[in-house]
Write a protein that binds this ligand. Sequence first.
Ligand code: BGC
Length: 757
Amino acid sequence: MKNRVLTILLATLVFAGCSTGDSGDAAMDRFCSDLLGKMTLEEKIGQLNLPVAGRINTGEARNSGSAARVKAGEVGGFLNVRGAATVRELQQLAVDSSRLGIPLLFGLDVIHGYETVFPIPLGLSCTWDMEEVEESARIAAVEASSDGISWTFSPMVDIGRDPRWGRVAEGSGEDPFLGCAVARAMVLGYQGQPGSRFTRPDEIMACVKHFALYGAAEGGRDYNTADMSRTRMFNDYLPPYKAAVDAGAGSVMASFNVVDDVPATVNKWLMTDVLRGRWGFGGFVVTDYTGIAECVPHGMGDIHQVSVRALDAGIDMDMVSEAFLTQLLSAVKGRILEAKYRLGLFEDPYKFCREEEAALKLRCDAHRAAARRIAADSFVLLRNEEFKGRKVLPLEKKGTVAVIGPLANTSSNMPGTWSVAARLSECTTLIDGLREELGDKVKFLYAKGSNVISDLEVEKRGTLYGRDIPRDGRSDAEMLREALAVARQADVVVAAVGESSEMSGETASRSSIGIPDVQQTLLRELLKTGKPVVLLLFNGRPLSIEWESGNVPAILDVWFGGSETAYAVADVLFGDVNPSGKLTISFPRNIGQIPLYYSHRNTGRPLPEGEEYFKRRSCYIDGPSSPLYPFGYGLSYTAFEYGPVTLSSGSMTEDGSIRASVTVTNTGSVAGREVVQMYIQDVFGSLSRPVRELKGFEKISLEPGESKTVGFDITADLLRYYDNSENLILEPGDFNVFIGPDSRTCLDSFGSSVGNS
Ligand code: BGC
């Protein structure tokens, strides 16, 4: 539904920048400059060095290769060391045996949980529940901080609009408004509330990454060139980084890619003019892994030149390249010392080594219960048709269910990419979890059905880092035969198929994004048995599942739901939890449609409403232009009806506001949660504006028959955008407001509304 609103009467505003850094802390400044005054040049440079320590067994840190470097003051912190006892040993070396006793930082990729693992970030964002997002980061901080970690390389806030790029799994999807909300929630979860930040021992420093534009890698190929207009950059790609900085994130990580043909690591405009100048960032900037050394193949100079350039651009810490250590002779800044001061490490260097607490908290019942709840809320019900007069889902808690597929009996694949602290062998497999939860009522049968991919070499690339799915030595035909025999004995088939864990994430770009070959065959054959089939989709990215969407009666997207996935799947499949996740990234029908995102420009030749092909309009001759599943989409076991949108006024001035409201009713027979979404379209502007942009959302709970009115305040801030001169402007004019259950039900083409509500 839409409603034409408001004429804004005002002059253009120019963005003036804002300062959020809290470097005004006088005591800290005094402390750090005193300390800097005592440091040799080598010691100063040592603080900028973040080596990777490799595996150190407890009790062996003193004799490890890292010990001598710590004592010599060559190290500011370590990457990938964890475990309270090991961290304590290294910290003790730094404090007791280095000349100035400066404590170390310990950084780790705590991306979606620590030992208790939450859904991969893309899944987490599909909850649209910012309290749950913050809670997941809080629990991650509680666990990681007790186990030695003071600094996490999260949140990853890169906008992702190309599902070929494996790292869409690590972000919050395609939209900047939602991306900003998630970025804020994560920073608060890790670092605590502004004002009391880092006062608790279980608050750790966040690192916003990857600054900037990493998600725009051309062709979706990891590490590839990104190139875009400044308006696209400022309006769509930069806002989530800024939101994290505004929320007080203590550090920022430079991305691997070029921005305006200059690698981010040595890009002074990005790191200094934008980040510090415009945004007032007061924390420190770390490179990504070997980011400085990679500037050599980028063509920026030799290792000495790129080191100097990186420092000059605004980089404070060198992850792994060890280039600063060997190359820099110039004076260095004290931002790493400030970070250590802020974290309270000078007061108590062992603040994050709480062995007893770690023993109690890591993967404790309360954390696992939260992970299970949040995982269930991240699942997106893509399709749920009737089969013999009844919707396929939820399943009845009786009879026989065949669970079939290469993802059905693996524990190491459950937590998903970048879960470095997960106890892989303790993540319950799907089949075990289902049996544990419902084995007394439902008979579960299992067959593997197929390998992940027929080509062993390709399969290996998606089963790395201990996330192996043992290759079945039988022939494809033999495995299929067994699966079909099992399926025939069941009332319902649950096909656990899709991607293995490491088919998404870093260095896991795909040039085709379907369900892999042998699994496709398995699914088609299972359907031929005539049994109702539920496609339980494991994936770190949108998959092109057009055929499946036309043929499989029920599809539940469970992403990689974390350590408690199996239980969460039991909750949702059997109706104890009503799915409420909604997509935060569009599902294309096929790879040729990429990039496909809902907030596109209209073009001068938009498709007429309701059409998928029209000569001389912007479309394809060989298929639809619309997504398979749009941004914001997700079904429920109940139904929600939207009333008309009402506006408190038809116009506003710059300092005014308008409230847009809608009443939503649960017209089904079970309680459910719905994400009510508001989109705005700037009808005419000095630039061509998106057909709609998310500008508000609220997740509500409704009992059967219950109605709630949801209201969104539209203020001038929601209507501003960046012009070609990078100024944030507000233009008078007409705006359309749409409220609905997803991004498409509201609007199909310029100025016309469609949809079911
Ligand atoms: C990734 C980062 C990560 C870092 C440290 C890099 O390869 O791009 O996201 O934080 O490694 O593990």
